[in-house]
Design a protein around this ligand. Structure first.
Ligand code: FAD
Length: 308
């Protein structure tokens, strides 16, 4: 006997800030809505100790913000289910969505799957994540006032975020595995002119060291094989973000790196399929921008369904 396929007006993939906001807007507009999440509801908020730059909350713990966003989003009757989306088959009026355990149909889809930070994959990185190891200068830089920081990477993000960190830190050392940066020329010029930034070339962070509570240093290995310990208060890792695109990478809606391309209404090139939050091709990946995207996508999903 074939399993019954549940149908919804809107299916939201991912229960981070973008997905929760899209669910709030669409369920409040009296649409039937399902959020599918493959992990724990809250998305990257769960990896954030303190949030100081989300309007309305001078300071809030990421998990607390996740809980209150989730309660707000579910108030108007949206459903929530576990599901790791593996495939989307576009159609009209219903798209079909396959997870590892079930199949659903929905008239509109909001992809809000976010991104994953590329990890250094060295000892100490996981142990001190959130206790000196960070992937977000805008989020965590203020915690390192007058500190000494190591930034790992050589691209735009490493150099731009390294410069941003100098407004808090007394010294920022950019550790790069090559002998020159990959960042845009103008960013390089600014970094070289910044007295608080210095560079360690042809070097890799081999291990992140700590006292059990927080980061105290890194072990650096040079291209010639020599290694030494550099004391520091924090390590910011910018070796790239990876889009969580596995469930829809055959739809042709991403750029060459896997970020979803939308118009300003969050619509992809497939009618009825929208994207919101960090998964989009965009410059600023933050809670506020994810929430803004989610509201826009939700409203456009509503408009799309009315037009069918
Ligand atoms: P996410 O929060 O990444 O949520 C995406 C969700 O989709 C995840 O729960 C994931 O499990 C799920 N998902 C992915 N693929 C699938 C799939 N195939 N099927 C089902 N579910 C799927 N921003 C700020 O504004 N202020 C801060 O202070 C701040 N601090 C940060 C600190 C850290 C350590 C980190 C990592 C980020 C921080 N950010 C901060 C950034 C902020 O968390 C993100 O910009 C925001 O969470 C993006 O929201 P999102 O909904 O787009 O994606």
């Amino acid at each position: 006997m074939s399993e019954e396929i549940k149908q919804y007006d809107v299916l939201v993939i991912g229960c981070g800030p973008a997905g929760m906001t899209a669910a709030l807007y669409t369920s409040r507009a009296a649409l039937s809505v399902l959020i599918l999440e493959r992990g724990v509801r809250g998305g990257e908020l769960l990896n954030t100790a303190e949030v100081e730059n989300y309007p309305g909350f001078p300071s809030i713990q990421g998990p607390d913000l996740a809980t209150s966003m989730y309660e707000g989003a579910m108030r108007f009757g949206a459903d929530y289910a576990y599901g790791n989306v593996k495939a989307i088959h576009p159609g009209q009026p219903y798209h079909t969505i396959e997870t590892d355990t079930a199949t659903y149909q929905a008239k509109a889809i909001v992809i809000a799957t976010g991104s994953t930070h590329r990890l250094l994959d060295v000892p100490g990185e996981a142990d001190y994540a959130g206790r000196g190891v960070s992937y977000c200068a805008v989020c965590d830089g203020a915690f390192f006032k007058d500190g000494k920081l190591i930034v790992v990477g050589g691209g735009d993000s490493a150099v731009e975020e390294g410069a941003y960190l100098t407004q808090y830190a007394k010294q920022v050392t950019i550790v790069h595995r090559r002998d020159q940066l990959r960042a845009q020329a103008i960013l390089q010029e600014r970094a070289f002119a910044n007295e608080k930034i210095d560079f360690t070339w042809d070097a890799q962070v081999q291990e992140i060291l700590g006292d059990g509570q927080k980061v105290t240093g890194v072990r650096i290995v040079k291209k010639d094989g020599s290694s030494y310990v550099e004391d520091c208060d924090g390590v910011f890792i910018y070796i790239g973000l990876l889009p969580n695109q596995a469930g829809f990478d055959d739809l042709g809606i991403t750029d060459e790196e896997g970020w979803v391309i939308t118009d300003e209404n969050m619509l992809t090139k497939v009618p009825g399929i929208f994207a919101a939050g960090d998964i989009r091709q965009k410059k600023l990946r933050q809670i506020s921008t994810a929430v803004g995207d989610g509201g826009q996508a939700g409203q456009e999903a509503y408009n799309y369904i009315q037009s069918l």
